[in-house]
Design a protein around this ligand. Structure first.
Ligand code: MOS
Length: 754
């Protein structure tokens, strides 16, 4: 395996934004932001700031040459606030100075005259005031209203899930360089270089071809740089274009945490009806999505919430409504799972409540209702090649879950103050951007005369290993040593009109485009070799481990010689190719279609131990059977699964965002915002790769891996609840994540209410 990326990382040699060699005359940006969550900006006094030596310029909304607009789904987001301030941390003015310290001093010297307006932070309150990002949407199947009468049990309730800070190691940042044709080169830490290019063009008034966006790699992203890397890159670009000097803008950790959006908190109402056996007959759910101040990606995220409303289960009568609510918080955004985790948590909460009412183990209801091939999703897509049951059964069998259950019961009988709990979590996650047109990618492949290969695609390396996967694709198609291949930076002049590296699709889409481009070159090489062999039958030529074979026999030609011959014969050694996922569609009027190329399945069991005296807990084990397809790179995929699971566990347990009643983030640093560290990670994590069939729509029959395992983390919540109930069976169950140690303790010792 080629280990280029990891080797650079461990040696500290990889270049992130902050490692770029600095150009002469470099200037630094800092941003003056709204100190209020909702207000009217009546005036801005820049005089004092402008007098500070070393301040080059201060850019505000009126000095923007093009459009002051960076909204991508809806144009509702100014780059710099003009009149109304919508959240604490919203950018108002951009200070450019000779050093970062002077830029910060400039920011501190700006005075804003603000008239306070009443803020809204709660999505339900926003909905009541009709403060919506877009009209509500409803996905429905069967007849929910009619079905309630057939149910022997109906449970209902409210469920809340909190937000989540992305906490990528590399904060948001970019470096913009003016070019000699009046254009810009922007080096940005973005998942979405084309978006940076397009919006910089809009804001500066330059056309897109004058703007080159370059991405080397990101120090993590998790969705937080799909949309929200843009503002800082556009600001740096705008300043560089204005001053004709290079400008660097990098957020400090605290700024990044306070100014940027997070995973969407949701508040939801559900009603679930079941028959006597525990089969789910009807489910009605309304999701109130806390979108924050602007649309950002909220409508797309809400759409995925609606797609995944029923999780891994078949429910014949279903009605799911999503309401995207405008509040005075930073715009919430993409985060691993993209709205699906919120939906699945509500489904699991409903099942848990039903299980208690029926005196059943929740896993009985989960198992009974799993999707099967031939079922239909509520959005009209047929369930094909379903692995929900096979993953579940394999999990039960492989990890001997019945015995674990007995062991836990025995342990809980013997221990008064420490209790254990376990829970299952099945996952079914659709692969494709649900915004259909995004499911395309292109690749540019050059073979140089020494036989080395250069590959450019739209994929952004952010630690997920997409570069290694694309490299493997090319090495396999050409049948050459991986050492010959280099994956280039992601650059808009080499890969144009790209989709963000997101929705778990990076390796599939860009890998498929790479495969197509490599095959074009390979075909030419086969023809060249056939001619060299004195016949014109390229079908007889193959390349195996750098040797050129004719009808299976060695020709004496190898890769390097063949490349030289092709070059001398004036055969093109470069190719560009485009891939678009076939057969996906969705009709937003009917809310029906086939939005996914395929589904990823799996089942997890999580076991926890809870110290009932202190409220602290540990995750004893995570055991998973996951459908990776034919994994292209098991080590990378294992890392993705493990990281996602720990991140999912963090979301539901430790990670709690707290805002003041004025909308100020109080958990804006790492002493008060807790994420899982190495001591908190599960004592045991076993991830079994399900033996699987081919998956032709994944690259080389693999399956996308970035997001699906995140949702296994949901099991931790119910495992903890089980442990808590073992200590205090009559406790009132919180359906309100995260379940922090503090909340565990308060719940366990809550006084009886009248
Ligand atoms: Mo991802 S959450 O689709 O960047």
């Amino acid at each position: 395996m080629n280990v280029q990326e990891p080797r650079l990382h461990v040696r500290g040699e990889s270049h992130f934004i902050d490692d770029q060699p600095l150009p002469e005359n470099l200037l630094y940006g800092a941003v003056f932001v709204s100190p209020t969550a909702h207000g009217r900006l009546n005036g801005l006094n820049l005089e004092k700031a402008e007098k500070i030596p070393g301040i080059e310029t201060i850019i505000t909304a009126p000095s923007i040459p093009g459009e002051n607009q960076i909204g991508s789904i809806f144009p509702d987001e100014p780059l710099l606030a003009d009149q109304i301030l919508h959240y604490q941390g919203q950018a108002i003015a951009l200070v450019i100075a000779q050093s970062p310290e002077i830029a910060s001093a400039g920011v501190r010297a700006i005075l804003a005259e603000i008239e306070e307006l009443e803020p809204v932070f709660d999505p339900r309150q926003a909905a009541a005031k009709d403060l919506l990002i877009c009209p509500p949407r409803t996905f429905a199947a069967g007849d929910v209203e009619k079905s309630w009468q057939d149910c022997s049990l109906i449970v209902e309730g409210r469920v809340d899930t909190g937000g989540q800070e992305h906490l990528y190691l590399e904060t948001q940042g970019s470096l913009a360089l003016p070019t000699d044709n009046g254009g810009l080169k922007i080096i940005s830490a973005t998942q979405n270089p084309t978006l940076v290019q397009r919006l910089t063009a809009k804001v500066t008034g330059l056309s897109m071809h004058r703007i080159e966006v370059e991405v080397h790699r990101l120090g993590g992203a998790f969705g937080g740089k799909e949309e929200q890397a843009t503002a800082w890159a556009v600001m740096a670009g705008l300043a560089a274009a204005t001053l004709k000097k290079p400008v660097k803008l990098v957020l400090r950790r605290g700024e990044d945490m306070r100014y940027t959006g997070k995973r969407h908190p949701y508040s939801s109402d559900y009603r679930l009806g079941l028959n006597e056996q525990g089969r789910m007959l009807a489910y009605e759910v309304t999701f109130y999505q806390n979108a924050g101040a602007t649309a950002d990606l909220s409508p797309a995220i809400l759409e995925r919430t609606l797609f995944h409303a029923a999780g891994s289960y078949f429910i014949p009568n279903l009605k799911a409504t999503g309401i995207s609510c405008r509040t005075n918080l930073p715009p919430n955004t993409a985060f691993r799972g993209f709205g699906a985790p919120q939906a699945m948590f509500v489904m699991e909460a409903a099942i848990f409540k039903a299980a208690i009412a029926m005196g059943k183990d929740p896993s009985e209801i989960q198992k009974l209702n799993l999707l099967k091939s031939g079922d239909y999703f509520h959005f009209g897509m047929e369930v094909e090649h379903c692995q929900a049951e096979s993953c579940w059964q394999e999990t039960e069998k492989r990890f001997n879950s019945d015995k674990s259950k007995q062991d836990i019961r025995a342990f809980n009988r013997e221990h008064r103050l420490v209790k254990k709990g376990m829970a299952f979590m099945p996952v079914c996650f659709g692969i494709s951007f649900t915004t259909i047109f995004l499911n395309q990618a292109n690749a540019l492949v050059h073979v140089y005369t020494d036989g080395s290969v250069s590959i450019s695609t739209g994929a952004v390396e952010m630690g997920q290993g997409v570069n290694i996967k694309i490299l493997q694709v090319a090495a396999e198609i050409f049948s050459i040593s991986p050492e010959r291949i280099k994956i280039e930076s992601t650059n808009t002049t080499r890969a144009a009109n790209t989709s963000p590296t997101a929705a778990s699709t990076g390796a599939d889409l860009n890998g498929k485009a790479t495969e197509l481009a490599c095959r074009i070159i390979l075909e030419r090489l086969h023809r060249t070799a056939a001619a060299e062999q004195g016949h014109n039958d390229p079908g007889h030529i193959t390349i195996e481990q750098e040797q050129v074979l004719d009808t299976g026999k060695r020709t004496g030609l190898d890769w390097e010689k063949l490349i030289t011959i092709a070059y001398l014969k004036r055969v093109s050694l470069s190719a560009q190719a485009h891939y678009a996922t076939p057969d996906i569609h969705f009709d937003q009027k009917k809310e029906k279609g086939r939005p996914f190329a395929y589904l990823v399945y799996g089942t997890a069991i999580i076991e926890v131990s809870l110290d009932c005296l202190r409220g602290i807990y540990q995750v004893d084990s995570v055991k998973v059977v996951h459908d990776f397809g034919r994994s292209l790179n098991p080590l990378i995929d294992l890392g993705q699964a493990e990281g996602a699971i720990v991140q999912g566990i963090g979301w539901l347990t430790l990670e709690e965002l707290i805002y003041s009643d004025q909308g100020r983030l109080l958990t804006g640093n790492l002493t008060n915002y807790k994420v899982p560290d190495i001591y908190y990670t599960p004592r045991e994590m076993t991830i079994h790769f399900l033996k699987n069939l081919n998956n032709p729509l994944g690259i080389f029959n693999s399956k996308a891996v970035g997001e699906p395992p995140f949702m296994y983390g949901i099991a931790v919540y119910w495992a903890l609840i089980e442990a808590m109930r073992a200590f205090r069976p009559d406790m009132e169950i919180p359906y309100d994540a995260p379940l922090t140690p503090e909340k565990v303790l308060l719940t366990l010792y809550k006084e009886e209410q009248e």
